[in-house]
Structures are given as structure tokens and as C-alpha cells.
Ligand binder design. Structure first.
Ligand code: GLC
Length: 533
């Protein structure tokens, strides 16, 4: 297997608007990120993924861009951006940015022109039709919005304010490639490609049999031609990390995007866990890992994550925040950093931040949640019931500000935060974590160090054992020089197993564990152990 820096890397995701506010306007900003780079570096991470900070009316927190080559004032200035890259590079880290090119904002000058008349030269930069079909969009009941002025409907996979670009049009593609080079030439080290699997649309927009299953939006014929062209014209000329957000893509289709022979992307996020496994389901998770390993190994590269700015924090969703917050956070961390693929840490994950529960819909900001709430209320459903239904997976669960210390607003801002702070910041914060040698933070640090020193964690093969076990997840990693066994008890009960056929507990070297217990056949709740055999 060929070795590259982005396979060996650990990536830390910075959702800057909730990271650190340096100027008191209530929003985190790029200057705040600069101030905390030493903290990020102290974990041992190699790459920062920065969420979009381009000019935007901000209806979808920066994923609705109105100028691709300008920095939004909330985030800072181009000068600060440039300094951010320099400071990251000076610490021997790299930075990737979101590339959001499936859609723009409806305030983007291209769309303003496009909607101005049917014969405007930019009309064809977006997708216009006389009649809608029956598709649903991610954030609203229809993918089509009627435009009074020109009497046609435009297409939007997400919010009404996020019209989809028409990738069939070569002028659009050329313009996007130009924008990509603009940022690469400013020194960024790659892209997290937003919603990239949905660039190509189904020809003719046929009605769907079941419009609720919105998988018709993505993974359509034509996508690979676009990605290959993008690679040929832009990506191959730089030393990059490209990671595609591939909704709807199944394991057997993964290699079409990341098989290195095909010259498209380096690695991917698939959503078989975050979109389709609402609560922890061990057998389902094992089967997902196995399928993706079998389809990608030796051909392309996977990524490992259990939460991000769109998905509820992992301890809340998959672990146990009441009794075993620390243990479950460390257990999942062990898993994410020892499974094949590049691990991603979402800011705050390293201190075990939890999802939030605010009292009223007014406390929430996310367009996906708010639109869904309105839609359901519109059907005369009970507002409280709808609210409760939306809480567990609401995107704002993971968007509350970073908890730095026990001071006012968790040390995030001197002003009024754009979204409320999770009330548990007095107990869960970075300052606490740094003072406690047993904290989740130090555990992440050790895992990352281990990865730096042991290539088996990166390039070793993956071989699961006890595959039908619903509490224990155990697997070997092996690279010809070393063989490791990872054992995880992902449950709230003790789990006793006979390990003798897999490992001699007395002789094997315990590299890392999250409990200080005598070695025994019984694993404590959420116990994780990594053995070198
Ligand atoms: C991606 C982003 C999400 C955004 C959507 C539309 O899924 O991660 O936050 O709302 O794309 O751009």
C-alpha cells in the first residue's frame, strides 16, 4: 500500500463560529482560531478542517455562499485568513476547507442574474423548469421553488435559499475550477467537498415512487465525469487531501470515488452510520465497517467519524452521558483511531462535550430543524410532540460553543453568544480537562501519539473476531511486523469473554486502556484495551 501524509494524519474539525470569539460579537472567528492553534497542536493533530467562512447571508451557517472569493465579516478578513494559514503551516499542520459547489446562496450575483429573465446568459447556470416533480429537498417539502418574475421553478437540494448550480454547463465548471485554484494558490492543503455526490442530477427529473426517500438526489450518472475533470484540471496539480461528503453512496460504490486508479478523490465520508443508525447498534456497525473495509482496502481510503457539525455529539448519541461519559468517550475514541481510515475529531469531542437540550424551538437556530418544525406544525400536529421528536438529531446539538473554562459563557465570548452555551460547561471544559491526567483530552493525545509511532494503526489489515457479539467489538490490525488486538466493550454492563484463543492477557503488552484494572477476562462498561501481541 502506498504511504501518504493524509492517510497518516489525524484531522481536527473547527466549526469556527462556535470555537472562540476574539472580538465580542458573539460569533467565533478566524482570529479566535489563531489564538487556539497551540491548543489544537497540543493534541498532536496534523490537519485542520475549517468550515466555510466565505461571504454568505448565513441562512445555513455559511453553506449558502454569495461570494466564493471573499471572507465573511463575522469570520474576519482576507488578511486574517492568510495569517491563519501561515500560522497553521508554521506549526507544521495543514488546513483543508469546505468546497460548497453543489449550490450557491440565492443572493449570489450569478443567481440574481439567472433569475432576472429567461434569456439572461446566466439562466442556464442554475436548473429551471416549467413544472416541478414530486421530489423532497433536504430542508423543505419540495426541491422546486416557483419564481414569480420569470414564471418557472428553480431546483434546490437544500433550502429555498440554496439554488443548485447546473453542473452540466461547462462555464459553471470552469468558474468553480478557477475558484478552487484561487484558494489553493493562497496555500490551503485540500478540500472537504460538501454534498459532492449530488452534483449530477437524474436526467429529466422523473417523479419518485417514494418521494420521502431522497436518495434520488445523489450518486447519479455523470458525477464521475465531473470529478475526473476536476481532478485533471485542478486537483492533480497540487499535493492535497480531498475528502468527499458522499451521502447515499454504498460500500460497493465507494471505490468509484476513491480508487486511486480512477483519479477522483482521496477519501470519503460515508453516512451509513450517521444517517442510518440512529442509536448504537453493534451488529449493524460491524457490518458497515466490514463492507467498507472489503470494498476499499488496497484501492481507496476511508475516514472515521461519529459526529460533526451536522450530527449529534457521539457520547450523547451513541455513548452514555449520565454514568459513563468519560468511559464511553474514550471507548469510542479508541475505536475511531484504531479502525482503518483517517480519524476526524470534531471540536469539543476531545473533552467529551455533550449534545444539548434547550427548552424551546426559539433557542434553536438550525434551518433544517426549524423548517421541519414549521412543516410538521403546518400539518396541525402538536408543537411539543414535534419539538421532542426533532431534539435527538437536531444539528444544533453539536453546534453549541466550545467550552474553554468555567467562566462566563464558557470562555467562548465576552458578548452574547449566537447560540446558547451548553449549561454543563462548568463541569465539562478544556481547563478542567488539561488539569486532569486521566481526562478524555489526554486519552486522545495518547491515541494520536500511538498512531504516530505505530504504522500498524494506519496500514495494518483489519480482521474482526467475535463477529456476532453484541457487546464486544474486537479486531486485529496487522502489518507484517506487528499484530495488535483491540477490544472494546460497547455496553453498560460488565462483559466476560474467554480471550485465551485470541490473546494471552498476561503476556501481551497492553498499549493503552481506559480503566486502571487488573487484566482479566471481564471488561468493565465501555472498557477499551489495545494489546500488542
Ligand atoms: C453539508 C453540510 C451541511 C449543509 C449542507 C448544505 O451536508 O455539512 O452543514 O447544511 O451540506 O450545504
Amino acid at each position: 500500500m502506498d504511504k501518504t501524509w493524509w492517510k497518516e494524519a489525524v484531522v481536527y474539525q473547527v466549526y469556527w463560529r462556535s470555537f472562540l470569539d476574539s472580538d465580542g460579537d458573539g460569533y467565533g472567528d478566524l482570529e479566535g482560531v489563531i489564538q487556539k492553534l497551540d491548543y489544537i497542536k497540543s493534541l498532536g493533530v496534523d490537519v485542520i478542517w475549517l468550515n466555510p467562512c466565505f461571504e454568505s447571508p448565513d441562512v445555513d451557517n455559511g453553506y449558502d455562499i454569495s461570494d466564493y472569493c471573499a471572507v465573511m465579516p463575522k469570520a474576519g478578513t482576507m488578511e486574517t485568513f492568510q495569517r491563519l494559514i501561515e500560522e497553521i503551516h508554521a506549526r507544521d499542520m495543514k488546513m483543508i476547507m469546505d468546497l460548497v459547489v453543489n449550490h450557491t446562496s440565492d443572493q449570489h450575483p450569478w443567481f440574481v442574474e439567472s433569475r432576472s429573465s429567461q434569456d439572461n446568459p446566466k439562466r442556464d447556470w442554475y436548473i429551471w423548469r416549467n413544472e416541478p416533480n414530486n421530489w423532497r429537498s433536504y430542508f423543505s417539502p419540495s426541491t422546486w421553488e416557483y419564481d414569480e418574475k420569470t414564471g418557472q421553478y428553480y431546483f434546490h437540494s437544500f433550502a429555498v435559499e440554496q439554488p443548485d448550480l447546473n453542473w452540466k454547463n461547462p462555464e459553471v465548471r470552469e468558474e468553480i475550477y478557477r475558484i478552487m485554484k484561487f484558494w489553493l494558490d493562497r496555500g490551503i492543503d485540500g478540500f472537504r467537498m460538501d454534498a459532492i455526490a449530488i452534483l449530477a442530477k437524474q436526467d429529466g427529473f422523473p417523479d419518485a415512487e417514494n418521494p420521502e426517500d431522497i436518495s434520488y438526489l445523489g450518486n447519479n450518472p455523470g458525477i464521475h465525469e465531473y470529478l475526473q475533470e476536476m481532478n485533471e484540471k485542478v486537483l492533480q496539480h497540487y499535493d492535497l487531501l480531498t475528502v468527499g461528503e458522499l451521502a447515499f453512496v454504498k460500500a460497493e460504490e465507494g471505490p468509484l470515488y476513491v480508487d486511486r486508479e480512477r483519479k477522483e478523490l482521496h477519501t470519503l465520508f460515508h453516512f451509513e452510520v450517521c444517517d442510518y443508525m440512529e442509536n448504537w447498534d453493534m451488529l449493524q456497525f460491524k457490518s458497515i465497517q466490514k463492507r467498507w473495509y472489503e470494498s476499499l482496502w488496497g484501492r481507496g481510503w476511508n475516514s472515521q467519524f461519529l459526529n460533526n457539525h451536522d450530527h449529534t455529539r457521539l457520547v450523547t448519541r451513541f455513548g452514555n452521558v449520565s454514568t459513563y461519559r468519560e468511559e464511553s468517550a474514550k471507548c469510542f475514541a479508541t475505536m475511531l483511531h484504531t479502525l482503518p481510515g483517517t480519524p476526524y475529531i470534531y471540536q469539543g469531542e476531545e473533552i467529551g462535550m455533550t449534545g444539548v437540550r434547550f427548552d424551546s424551538i426559539e433557542d434553536y437556530n438550525d434551518i433544517a430543524m426549524k423548517n421541519k418544525y414549521k412543516e410538521e406544525i403546518g400539518k396541525r400536529r402538536d408543537p411539543q410532540t414535534v419539538f421532542e421528536e426533532l431534539l435527538p438529531l437536531a444539528r444544533d446539538n453539536s453546534r453549541t460553543p466550545m467550552q474553554w473554562d468555567a467562566n462566563k459563557n464558557a470562555g467562548f465570548t465576552e458578548g452574547r453568544p449566537w447560540i446558547n452555551i451548553n449549561p454543563n460547561y462548568k463541569e465539562i471544559n478544556v481547563e478542567e480537562a488539561l488539569q486532569d491526567q486521566n481526562s478524555i483530552y489526554y486519552f486522545y493525545k495518547k491515541l494520536i501519539e500511538l498512531r504516530k509511532q505505530n504504522q500498524v494503526m494506519i496500514y495494518g489489515t483489519y480482521e474482526p473476531v467475535l463477529e456476532d457479539d453484541e457487546e464486544i467489538y474486537a479486531y486485529y490490525r496487522e502489518d507484517g511486523q506487528e499484530k495488535w488486538l483491540v477490544i472494546l466493550n460497547i455496553s453498560e454492563e460488565d462483559a466476560e469473554r474467554d480471550w485465551s484463543q485470541f490473546v494471552s492477557l498476561e503476556d501481551a503488552e497492553l498499549l493503552l486502556g481506559n480503566y486502571d484494572l487488573p487484566r482479566s477476562n471481564t471488561l468493565a462498561p465501555y472498557e477499551a484495551r489495545i494489546y500488542r501481541l
